[in-house]
Design a protein around this ligand. Sequence first.
Ligand code: GP9
Ligand code: MN
Length: 632
Amino acid sequence: MFNKLRSFFSSKKNITYTVVIAMFWLKMTFIQGGVFALNMENINQSAILAFNPLSSIFLLFGLGILLAGRKGLLGAYIIGSILLYANVLFYREYNDFITIPMLGQAANLAGLGGSISDILSASDLLLFVDVFAAIFLLFYLKPSRFQSFMPRRKEGLIMAMIAIPLFIVNLAWAQTERPELLTRAFDRNLLVKNIGVLDYHVYDTLVQGQTKMKKTFADSNELVPALNYINEKKVEPNSEMTGVAEGKNVIVLSLESTQTFVVDNTLNGEELTPYFNDLKEEGAYFSNFYHQVKQGRTSDSEFLLDNSLYGLNRGAAFFTHAGNEYEATPEVLGENGYTSTVMHANDGTFWNRNTMYDSLGYDEFFDKEDYDVTEDKSFGWGYLDEYFFSDSLDKMEELDQPFYNKMITLTNHHPFTLPEEKKLIEEGDTSSGTLNRYFQTIRYQDEALKQFVEDFKASDLYDDTVLVIYGDHFGISENHQKAMGEYLDKDINDYEQFQLQRVPLLMIGEGIEPKEYDTLGGQIDLRPTIMNMLGVQDENPVQFGQDLFSEERDEMVITRDGNFANEDYVGVNEACYDRETGEEVEADLCTPGFDEAEEELGLSDSIVYGDLLRYLDETEMIEEKSSNNTDK
Ligand code: GP9
Ligand code: MN
């Protein structure tokens, strides 16, 4: 069999096959090895990476030939090239691979505005040179030198079939490095590293079909394991904090891309967040608080905030599950006499917000249309924070009280650009332009925050309002590790990268004692914390977070990748570190933590994918009934 194949591909007639396959193989290997940062740990992993393009090439080219002969082969070559390049662009922006639900959000890509030009590079044209070579080879090469190349449909079928054993070999080989690769809760980097980016798309398509079916076949019984888990995890909130803000307004302010490393930090001797550094002395400040978002970014942080459920590993729940039944904070507060609003000066449709906010129970969404967005007051992503803040305060003063109002800033967003006159400090001088500019937009945001909080303090609202400020997610991705290392003057390994996922959290208001907390927590905990301060008794809430002030809290935070930190350890990408020292320790020490993370994320996913909250009343009834029965 092997000899037959060899003589087939080296025969004069078929050498074109060999060249076309080799070109694509080379390109894919270059992209996988050179563009994506997949962290090769040993030679075996590199060999797998070099081998894994083959099965997808045989499948793709084989199907192309089967469907349309020579033209089909070229079509397959072009489609494959476009798919690879789309992943290159996506990876540069998101440090992740495209998933099908993200494709459904193509409209959002238009919103990337300034970011797009930032991720395109002239040298990318080189990634298409081979496409022209393929056209030449397949259609214009003189038959006198080689025999004319006319692939037969049957050969296409055979090629597509050869993809199967190639994939089996690939998978078996990969499993020597990573057992249960396809069945365990997965990390896309790991998948691409092992089966290649194109086979990963085949896998992603299958997962998509499966998750779609989950809702169709879900029934109320599926909610029971989640409810049991939540009951077991339940802790008493801190009673001293219960009701400290009863009947008060809440402003939740989400600061775009704001990470904890900027707090109390300087650049060339100048503070990056001078105002916030002082402000945090006036309230409860959490310095070990983590974002828990994935592909849904800001929208995921909103999802976590309002539901205390995790966002999804693929795509954004705001897009994929906006039609679900939720019991979100705005709805619960609505039953307690609150008005719920959102203020964000971007298009209402961006991240599907207008639809999702209805599902979450918001009464009103003040979007771009409601702000005085003019060209001179806009830059980069749109309305500058300082104008957003001042308009928003005016609007808030008009709201029915008590209100729950979420505000989302915009200026400190990748690619972190500002008009000259708004730059209050010099750029950084690290090797990353992104990080260098980030310092300036962070500094700008802090100035806008100052003006807002000062005006707010002077307004009538101040006495009756608690202000909760948090960072939505990281701004500086793993792509800029080297530059972060230069700035922080240390080597950024997986442990440090995990620590960089901290975002600030500050709560200010009467009854909230000024204090710095080093409690481990994450965005999943915001809702129970806020609800307890408002004294709102949310009967048996389906939530995975715990009150951040509770003395019974589990010291544990889980990120959407399935990584975690607990009292003693930080588990990242299957490795285990001492939380205190950052030293790598025996991997087994993190097994319980990884297992808990997997269980919790899995149960949260089961709720979102199965739209299980629609069964909540029914399930509570079943539970009550059965407990009545046992009473008898
Ligand atoms: C835009 C803002 C930013 O409306 O939410 O979105 P992000 O890219 O951070 O998710
Ligand atoms: Mn954001």
